[in-house]
Design a binder for this molecule. Sequence first.
Ligand SMILES: [Zn+2]
Length: 289
Amino acid sequence: MDSDAEMSCPVCGGQLRPYRRDWLRRCATCGVLRSNFEINIPATAGQLLVDEAMREAGLEALRHENNGRLLARLAALKPPPVRLLDVGSGPGFLLAQARGVGFEAQGVEPDANTVGAARAGGAAVRHGYFPDVLEAGETFDVIVFNDVLEHIPDLEAALTASVERLSPGGVLCLNCPDRDGFYFRTATVLDGLGMGGALARLWQRGLPSPHIWYFTANNLSQALKRHGLDEIGRLSLDTVGLNGLWARIRCVKSEPLLLSVAAYLFAVATYPLARLMPSDAQVCFFRKP
Ligand SMILES: [Zn+2]
């Protein structure tokens, strides 16, 4: 992060300044956080740092419910059948559910490890990066970034392309982890006390596609306003379910067992409280004029 463009905040135009850690910057004006982690998404299938089968098993119940709520809101804002693009569609879970409620759903996914699985499940997925693998002039009525936008270093380019690729009246849906959420705030407090493990895990440090950004819903709204899109709704999703929690925590092969046990006990003990606190997953919806 050395060039002027990379030091400038894509949300508000402010300055991204060094903050707390040598890998972290924070916008002095809007508070958006940016890491300098490297993205190393494998272009060919190979050795995995994450046990994907275990991760999927751990997340299944929660993900199915959250995807259902997100798609129900989308269907109300832009009734199917319409063309939906899922950017970073992974193993194709959202695509399958989107097809189930009548969307003409297609995906774009750079990770070779998940494209095959998604196609085997019947999903239409193009292997590569958004928007490079789209046809010239191709547009969509709905574009979804479901836990994806926070992984994209060139946020400005991703948002510009999203607006270009939406048809008039089209809906952009951004589901991103929220830095005002209970777990992120707790991990930040622990990090300040010298226990950085939880915060590193939330940023997905050391994984092939770590988080580059942490926003709030208001940050997203401000960023899209600069691109001419008005926010038309928000949705809070649950980020932790007790069903499958252990598998989800243990799927990172390199994580020490003790840290996993601590994370599990913490999540179980604070579960009732966390449900009353601001969620770590905020979905924002925008419409193109
Ligand atoms: Zn800013």
